[in-house]
Design a protein. Structure first.
Length: 101
């Protein structure tokens, strides 16, 4: 495995959830459609990645292959609407929050 760190020159607030991999695309579609309908904007891309399951009890990847969806908001912008809407959707898809984001 390789890690590709990159410097972050822009400050932001982030929220990330792990979802069952088989529901990831459906959840992403609902997020994008819902954000557009509610006119909730962010200048960051939504990150979508695949992660293999593990056996760590407190891990968001415990015993299930997953996708992660991360949403970001510039630190000087209010993230409340973005995070509230996305979290409601993530939880409906059996999302597990990232402990540190």
């Amino acid at each position: 495995h390789e890690i590709f760190p990159s410097p972050r020159t822009v400050r932001f607030n982030e929220m990330e959830y792990a979802l069952p991999w088989e529901r990831g695309a459906e959840c992403l579609s609902e997020i994008v459609t819902g954000l557009r309908a509610r006119k909730i904007w962010t200048s960051f891309p939504i990150e979508f990645r695949f992660v293999r399951q593990d056996d760590l009890w407190l891990s968001p990847f415990y015993e299930r292959d997953a996708v992660t969806l991360s949403v970001h908001q510039y630190y000087k912008q209010d993230e409340t609407a973005l995070f509230t809407f996305c979290e409601e959707v993530f939880r409906r898809y059996d999302g597990r929050p990232h402990w540190g984001k």
